[in-house]
Design a binder for this molecule. Sequence first.
Ligand SMILES: C[S@@+](CC[C@H](N)C(=O)[O-])C[C@H]1O[C@@H](n2cnc3c(N)ncnc32)[C@H](O)[C@@H]1O
Length: 286
Amino acid sequence: MSDLPPQTAPAITAAAHDMLTTLRAYRTRFTTAADTYDGSTQHAADLEQVMADYSTYVTDERNQAPFAEISSARSAETESLVAELRTQSARCAAVMEKYRALRLLAGRSGSVGYFANVESCIEEEFGAVAPTRDSRLLLVGSGSFPMTLLHAAERTGVPTAGVDIDPEAVDLGRQVVQRLGSGLDISLENLAAEELAFTREATHIMISSTVEVKYQILERLHAVTRDDVVVAMRFGDGLKSLFNYPMREVDPDRWRLLDTIRRPDQVFDIALYAKPSAAQDGAGDD
Ligand SMILES: C[S@@+](CC[C@H](N)C(=O)[O-])C[C@H]1O[C@@H](n2cnc3c(N)ncnc32)[C@H](O)[C@@H]1O
């Protein structure tokens, strides 16, 4: 018999234990909600409810301490739970936009909590370097209901473009733009951002938070974009990383972090990047 004390799992607080139980239940709800999408809105209610609940959950500061606790334990089960929640909630965010588009196109509009949370204005996202009349705006991950582009084109009148990896999202997005934004300069394509001619002219680029490879896209955009381009990368760290892909280090020879715009009540925050030469020239100055 060994004299060593028996190995025990480190104790976690009741709040952290409850959080793990809650997060496992969200994983099941999200997976079921995304899997039941069939091109109609018949299963929309469950998905919309879980998205609304989760948006509240990841912006509730009372959940920050238990999340920090479960994260610092670095258990493989927790890490894979968080990764799956991010994947499944991103799928649901995409389906949520499909439901909104399908409703609009069927003559039944309506908005729910999640959209109120993600619909922020373009001036807020770019802070001191907001688009002006001569700008060109590109959105990577434009979705089925390209509300960011509709808002931006309407408010600023600038030419805008969106790309999305999902052909169904591009198709629905085009119909939504036709319905809501006729006369606005908005084009949508099922292409990689670096393949789009517009990308070379873009002065402002936004990258959706739920695009998993967003930092690889930022890396590739370096070679094909203007020297004075500004990129608004939506992200979520800490508790918000349950819903968003987090911020990452960037190659300092390619991109400089100009600013970080924190928005406690919104599901994602924004990291603003510029090329090093432009950043030195004062792209972030008032
Ligand atoms: C539904 S929108 C959600 C927008 C949300 N407001 C945000 O900031 O993440 C995200 C869109 O990104 C698209 N997407 C995911 N990965 C992508 C990629 N690698 N390239 C382009 N679009 C992508 C999805 O198809 C989806 O339509």
